[in-house]
Structures are given as structure tokens and as C-alpha cells.
Write a protein that binds this ligand. Structure first.
Ligand code: URA
Length: 254
């Protein structure tokens, strides 16, 4: 019998009290995440930066402003989605998260994911992509390709901050968020068609012919299967294409 989901407010309280790693000593506050608790899209970044540490909210700096613009490209706004990070505390000087910090902190992200139960997980940049997909394949190859981690659809995209340093990434980010919007519309159309099919078989055909046209293979063309390797180099992990045990569904530690 699976355990019931932990309410987000309970996970938040555990994050706020967390002193599992030395990042707790340097934080102004934890950054739990923000947004719709029943979001269809969970956005996962890397770790809080200076502004996020000060304000207690993810993506409030320059990268956050750009993220808001990108969400609009997908037909979304911040209130539609839930935004969280791999790490809940700011690494000093915005250095990369360390493997031991990721290991200690990600049970919180796992529980957030179970509770929110999104349809799509959008991983921003290498750290969240490698953690969620349990892959060593980098974001340059994976961005804009639809992946699966158990029951979750995973859509890796460059980190918005990358475009602030390297303008050439901007177009890729905009294209990927446009594809995300298309994937959401395709999924809506498929659900509508399935519902119509159940109630009146004749109506299903009409519903599907009314569905917005999707550029052939926009997402499928980019689909790439991810080799099952553990990012931490440890035990084999649940990966793309293993429906019973999502990558995010590692043993419960909370
Ligand atoms: N970058 C991230 O990955 N997360 C934030 O919250 C802010 C910047």
C-alpha cells in the first residue's frame, strides 16, 4: 500500500528546519519553491542565487525575469506552474551544487514531485536534467527532446541563465518553450478525444479533427532515449521508459 502524499506545507516545514549540510550555515533562508500546488508543469532549476536567498523565492533575479517571458511563449504564467530547485539553499558564490548536497537535498524535491504530481517536469540545465533522468547525457544533446521518467513526461531545456551569458542559447530556449506549449496542447487534444470517445464514439473523430494541428514530429523528432546511468555513479536507477518506478520515486527518506 503506497504511503499517502506528504502535504506541501509539511515538506516546506521540513525544508525550513533542515540542517543536513553546511549550506544551511550560509543561507539567509531556504527556497522551497512557489506556484500552483496542483500544477500540470513542474519547473526544476538548479539552486537559489543571491536574490532567491534574500527573497525566499526561486527565479526572482535576471534569469527569473527571462523565465517569465519564456513561460509566456509556452502559454503559461508563473501561477500556472510550480517552480522548485534541486537544492533548497544557496551554494556560496553560486558555485555548482556538490554531489553530496544533491543527495541530501533531493528527497525534498522527490516529495514535492509526488505531492504535486505534474504531467510534465521541465528540467532547466544540466543539474536538474541529470538528476531527474539519472543520465550523464548533457543538456546540449537533450534539450527540446521529450523524455520519460516513470509516469512523468520530462522536457529538458537549457537553463535561462545560460542565455544571459551566451546569446546564441536564447533562440533554443524560445523554441523549446514553444514546443512545450505545443506538447501541452497536444496532450489536451488527446485527453479531449479520449473523453469524447468514452461518452460517444462518433464524437471522438470530430473532437480529434477539431484539435489544433501539431507540426509533424515537432517533439517526436527530437525524442532521444536516455541511457540508464546513475548520475551519482551508484546503484542502477529508475530511468526513462520504466513506468513502474519513476526516477523521482527513489526510496522515501522523509
Ligand atoms: N537559478 C536557479 O537554478 N534557480 C533559481 O532559483 C535561480 C537561479
Amino acid at each position: 500500500m503506497p504511503k499517502p502524499h506528504i502535504p506541501l506545507e509539511q515538506i516546506r516545514a521540513e525544508v525550513e528546519a533542515c540542517r543536513k549540510c553546511p549550506l544551511a550555515d550560509g543561507r539567509t533562508q531556504t527556497v522551497f519553491g512557489v506556484g500552483n500546488p496542483a500544477a500540470r508543469v513542474l519547473i526544476v532549476g538548479e539552486a537559489p542565487g543571491k536574490n532567491e536567498d534574500l527573497q525566499g523565492e526561486p527565479f526572482v533575479g535576471a534569469a527569473g525575469k527571462f523565465l517569465n517571458e519564456l513561460l509566456a511563449v509556452a502559454g503559461l504564467c508563473r501561477e500556472d506552474v510550480f517552480i522548485a530547485n534541486v537544492l533548497k539553499c544557496r551554494p556560496p558564490g553560486n558555485r555548482d551544487p556538490r554531489p553530496e548536497e544533491i543527495e541530501l537535498c533531493t528527497p525534498y524535491l522527490r516529495e514535492q514531485t509526488r505531492t504535486i504530481d505534474p504531467e510534465f517536469i521541465v528540467t532547466l540545465g544540466n543539474f536538474s536534467t541529470k538528476f531527474i533522468l539519472k543520465t550523464e547525457v548533457g543538456i546540449t544533446r537533450l534539450h527540446g527532446t521529450l523524455q520519460k521518467a516513470g509516469r512523468f513526461k520530462v522536457f529538458p531545456i537549457f537553463h535561462p541563465a545560460a542565455a544571459l551569458y551566451d546569446g546564441s542559447k536564447r533562440e533554443a530556449l524560445e523554441n523549446d518553450f514553444a514546443t512545450l506549449g505545443q506538447l501541452l496542447r497536444e496532450s489536451d487534444a488527446a485527453a479531449l478525444s479520449a473523453a469524447a470517445d468514452e461518452t460517444a464514439p462518433g464524437a471522438a473523430a470530430a473532437a480529434s479533427s477539431a484539435a489544433p494541428a501539431v507540426a509533424p514530429g515537432a517533439a517526436a523528432a527530437g525524442t532521444l532515449s536516455v541511457t540508464a546511468t546513475s548520475a551519482a555513479g551508484g546503484a542502477p536507477s529508475a530511468v526513462a521508459g520504466e513506468p513502474a518506478e519513476p526516477a523521482i520515486d527513489q526510496p522515501r527518506l522523509l
